[in-house]
Design a protein around this ligand. Structure first.
Ligand code: SF4
Ligand code: SF4
Length: 202
């Protein structure tokens, strides 16, 4: 759940139409047409990623006149289905997946049950990945995969990072190689599974 208090505002006199802002927006709220960036105000989640990355310092974050709250109430969705998606993704439903915004696994699962099929839709509904916009993309991809949703490359060809290796997908030869160097992948996996299992009783 997130209180959206800020809005990205573009100065069209400075904007060059380079599209970098478009590429970094986690919810597709900013688009370039006729070489000028334009923000869809209702869609902007106030993360400031576009403002931080614009090479021409064209974007200012301003206070919204009417702040609003986004989020998905997990209690309104089937608890068994929420738990099933979370367990398949190896997350405890109460586990926080986005530390910037405080979005938990159960809320992401609820967003998926509510119809979200892409990282952008999940971010737009829950606010996940609208803080630092970096760390939690992998958790979103894991949740979508666990729900049986096919991960398709971003339609714009941007923001597709692929999935990184996890404790469950680590190749055996890599594990063997690094085990001797003081890494404990199997022990890590058991510990993470124990954390996730505590969610079964929820
Ligand atoms: S990154 Fe800045 S200059 Fe480039 S299109 Fe966006 S607002 Fe315009
Ligand atoms: S990057 Fe963030 S601040 Fe910029 S338009 Fe998108 S949601 Fe709004």
């Amino acid at each position: 759940m997130k209180r959206v208090t800020l809005l990205a505002q573009v100065d069209p006199n400075i904007c060059t139409g380079c599209k970098i802002c478009e590429k970094v927006c986690p919810v597709y709220a900013i688009h370039v047409t006729d070489k000028k960036a334009k923000v869809t105000e209702d869609e902007c989640r106030g993360c400031a990623n576009c403002a931080d990355r614009c090479p021409f310092h064209t974007i200012t974050m301003v206070k919204r006149e009417k702040p609003f709250t986004i989020g998905v109430d997990a209690s309104k969705y089937d608890r068994d289905k929420i738990n099933e998606i979370c367990m398949k993704a190896h997350f405890n439903p109460e586990q926080v997946l986005c530390y910037c915004v405080g979005v938990r696994a159960e809320e992401v699962a609820a967003a998926i049950l509510a119809g979200a099929k892409t990282p952008h839709e999940i971010s737009s509904m829950t606010g996940i990945r609208t803080g630092c916009t970096i760390e939690c993309i992998q958790t979103i991809l894991r949740m979508l995969t666990a729900a049986g949703i096919e991960l398709k490359p971003d339609p714009n060809g941007w923001q597709w990072y692929g999935q990184t290796v996890t404790a469950w997908t680590m190749p055996e030869d890599v594990k063997t190689k690094y085990n001797s160097r003081g890494f404990y992948f199997d022990e890590d996996r058991e510990l993470l599974e124990e954390i996730a299992r505590t969610g079964e009783s929820n």
